[in-house]
Design a protein around this ligand. Sequence first.
Ligand SMILES: Cc1cc2nc3c(=O)[nH]c(=O)nc-3n(C[C@H](O)[C@H](O)[C@H](O)COP(=O)(O)OP(=O)(O)OC[C@H]3O[C@@H](n4cnc5c(N)ncnc54)[C@H](O)[C@@H]3O)c2cc1C
Length: 385
Amino acid sequence: MTPPATSRIPIVVIGGGLIGCSTARALAAEGHAVLLLERDEEPGRRATSAAAGMLAPQMEAARHERALAASPAAEGSMRALSIASRSMYRDFVRILEAESGRSIPYRDDGTLVVALDEEGREELRGVAERQRTIGLAAELLDGGAAREVEPALDPAVVAALHLPDDHAVDNVALARAALEAAAVRGVEIETGRPVDAVEIDGGRVVGVRVGERSVEAPVVVVAAGAWSGRLAGLPRVLPVRPVRGQIGAVALPAPPRLTVAGPGAYCVPRDDDRVLIGATVEEVGFDHLPREGAVRELVEAAARFLPGLVEGGDLETWSGLRPGTPDDLPVLGADPDAEGLLYATGHFRNGILLAPVTAATIAALVSGRSPPVAIDAFRPDRFAA
Ligand SMILES: Cc1cc2nc3c(=O)[nH]c(=O)nc-3n(C[C@H](O)[C@H](O)[C@H](O)COP(=O)(O)OP(=O)(O)OC[C@H]3O[C@@H](n4cnc5c(N)ncnc54)[C@H](O)[C@@H]3O)c2cc1C
């Protein structure tokens, strides 16, 4: 059915990835009428489905500590946001399961970050101490103890950081459940509807344009992932860019129990005996086509600490575009120059992890409450300078 040339709705959410669906659902659960507009015929097929589903802020910090340390304040804000979201996850999954009637595989076996040499061991020792100092569970194990926790590890592993609170979720099942839960909560979902522009008038948002059609709305949430900065009409340059990630999976006769990250790759077990092996980080614009051999290189790197990977069958590969930002932090909150315009984007490597806190933040802002965590570091106008 062709929608009318002009329609009116209290809230429009642009984008039906995990961020858009969870946010729309949270708004509807608070009694708001919401229209979700998704460009693709099938929502949730972009970065959301490409991801590995790690809910692993401590592992992320361990692997990317140097990059984050450039700005201690930003590091602290990101940690608070990530840990808050991780602590919301079990309830988030339970609620989406109840509302959608689908089961969402969730693995709470924990995560290991492994070292293959003495330098790596010393780095992990430092990370463990720093994480414990701020109250996080992190234990440095020697190689033997690590193999007791995860027998699939190679004898070459000399040490491992054990992070029992870093979990993993099946992000494909989660995205489907979030979409269905949004629908159950009454969100109107239109697919095959690319939003061309956000419309602003007199310092406030008045709606969006979809081709020839105008949708009038006093509240608009930008959740269009890597494409967010391409929307016309935004009151500022939104420097969200695509960062391609290639990833693969093999089925194994004896998959590891835990998520294991090591030099050059990470491996995430799924309930169907597949192991995901990720991921490249590539600046290639909106090109989402895979590069021959890239995932093979990841498998070779991972086989140095999980040798059983060589017994895997066919290698399945795919890729996605992460929504990156100049400082690797999300863009979360209200636009100070356009009343009613909110951003929930730029989640880069952590959009699966950050879905619950993002949804709760936008719902709080729209309903006039304080967000669950301070979001100043993520404000949309921070790039102006
Ligand atoms: C290989 C890989 C591994 C990853 N692993 C992890 C992980 O382990 N843990 C983790 O937390 N994160 C991970 N991520 C990051 C995570 O996938 C993203 O941060 C997250 O999916 C972003 O969700 P999103 O909804 O913002 O974007 P997307 O899932 O890309 O969704 C955006 C949606 O907006 C739609 N859209 C775009 N433009 C328009 C428009 N104009 N109008 C209407 N709709 C529009 C798109 O079609 C799309 O459906 C990984 C990413 C990749 C690529």
